[in-house]
Ligand binder design. Structure first.
Ligand code: UDP
Length: 424
């Protein structure tokens, strides 16, 4: 198990984004939680939405006076190959969970649990399935509360995987899902709470960039800044549908020949299948030089993601299935219209026709792209609504508020457990 070092952040800088009563509540919760220690545990310190969120939430909580540490579990490729299957199969993909897979999964969880021997935390928050079985190998302290934070959609899981995982998560004191739809029907878990992920408005990925500055950065990747640009920022993964995005672009290109497409993808250390899918994407793109496929391996990091989200005329997030889709909130925050797959957390963020468009098919998506390209004034109308939606619901301060409420409710059960979302 490895302690993640985080960069310092100042909560005072974030007060500008929140209302007075939220400030009061946050200050109250921090006071009441004095002396409590919290551990966040996930699989990786870099790559993907979970790590991203922890990098902003953990240092901010620390600066507010919350005693929180972030740990990542240790694993090798054999473990990550299996947990990648967990990730996909819990979201419904077919596949068998073999006894050797189970053995490997448990072996790594047991090994990581052995690092926890001398731990003294009041709250242990486990993110996603990779470390979910730690609870099985830990002699739980009397006042220790375990919380499972599920970032994926487990509503219609592959039952073999779900039944296996269920044995562990049922032992937790609370479970957090992104939205009610994601909870498997009949799951008898304690203290179910809902928290949407959030973005950090002051991170390098989200700080305001001038359009010209953003365009200059995209130019370095071969984008012609005088022509329209549509982009998708996502891992190369079947659920993110990069192949569908290329098909959308090809339809649009017929009516709007000047259009360009950028596919920006990060390759994560716990995502061995990502490389295969990147190559499939490149094959689908073929020799069309107006399609740019770029990754963290050729110069994309946070500032570049910010630049593409700011400079693009339209952002797509054409997911076929999605946990939340942080990239949607990131782009809406920049006032760039987003066309998203009508699935998962994207539905929470895009109000169809108000902050963007929700689409079900390649054809529908292409039509909406054409609508926006032909009527830029529509995009202007969406800008303010999009930013306000994100400010109220999807900034990191909101996320912290809901976590602290949950810790408070678990610490003082005499106050009764109330779903955090009901208190908004
Ligand atoms: N991301 C990035 N670089 C990339 C592609 C993605 O930093 O090349 C970030 C993206 O901006 C977002 C996160 O990775 O913050 C992906 O989160 P999301 O919820 O959209 O999807 P996930 O990968 O967690 O399924």
């Amino acid at each position: 198990m490895q302690l993640v070092t985080v960069k310092k952040k100042n909560f005072a800088d974030y007060r500008q984004f929140i209302e007075k009563e939220t400030e009061f509540e946050l200050d109250f919760l921090v006071q009441r939680l004095k002396g409590k220690k919290i551990a966040m545990i996930n699989a990786t310190a870099y790559g993907g939405g979970v790590a991203e969120k922890l990098h902003s939430m953990v240092p901010l909580m620390k600066d507010m006076g919350v005693d929180v540490d972030w740990w990542t579990i240790l694993g090798h490729e054999e473990f990550y190959n299996i947990t990648k299957n967990f990730h996909n199969c819990l979201q419904g993909q077919e596949g068998n969970l073999t006894s050797s897979n189970i053995e490997t999964y448990l072996k790594y969880n047991k090994m990581n649990a052995s690092y926890m021997k001398d731990w003294h935390y009041d709250f242990i928050v486990i993110h996603d399935p990779q470390p979910a079985a730690l609870i099985e190998f830990r002699e739980k302290g009397e006042h220790e509360k375990w919380i499972w934070r599920c970032h994926i959609d487990t509503s219609t899981p592959n039952m073999e995987y779900w039944d296996f995982l269920y044995k562990f998560i049922v032992q937790y004191d609370a479970a957090i899902f992104t939205m009610p739809d994601y909870v498997k029907e009949g799951a008898d878990l304690k203290n179910i709470t809902f928290i949407t992920p959030s973005i950090d408005p002051l991170s390098m990925k989200n700080i305001p960039l001038e359009k010209e500055e953003a365009r200059a950065i995209t130019c370095r990747f071969g984008v012609d800044t005088g022509r329209p640009l549509i982009s998708q920022v996502s891992r190369f993964d079947p659920w993110k549908d990069p192949l569908g995005v290329i098909d959308v672009y090809k339809i649009v290109k017929k009516d709007f020949p000047s259009v360009q497409l950028a596919l920006i993808g990060s390759m994560a250390s716990d995502d061995p299948e990502g490389w295969d899918y990147l190559y499939r994407t490149l094959r689908r793109a073929g020799e069309d030089y107006d399609i740019k496929v770029v990754t963290n391996f050729n110069g994309i990091s946070d500032l570049e993601v910010n630049a593409f989200q700011t400079a693009s005329d339209i952002i797509l997030q054409k997911s076929l299935r999605e946990g939340f889709g942080l990239t949607v909130a990131e782009s809406l925050w920049k006032g760039t219209p987003v066309i998203g797959g009508n699935v998962g957390g994207i539905k929470l963020q895009i109000e169809d026709g108000v902050t963007g468009y929700l689409v079900n098919t390649v054809e529908e998506c292409a039509q909406k792209v054409l609508t926006l390209l032909r009527n830029p004034v529509l995009a202007d109308d969406m800008r303010e609504a999009a930013r306000e939606k994100v400010r109220k619901e999807f900034l990191v301060t909101k996320n912290i508020q809901v976590y602290l409420r949950l810790f408070y409710q678990l610490s003082f059960p005499e106050h009764g457990f109330q779903k955090a979302q009901d208190q908004n």
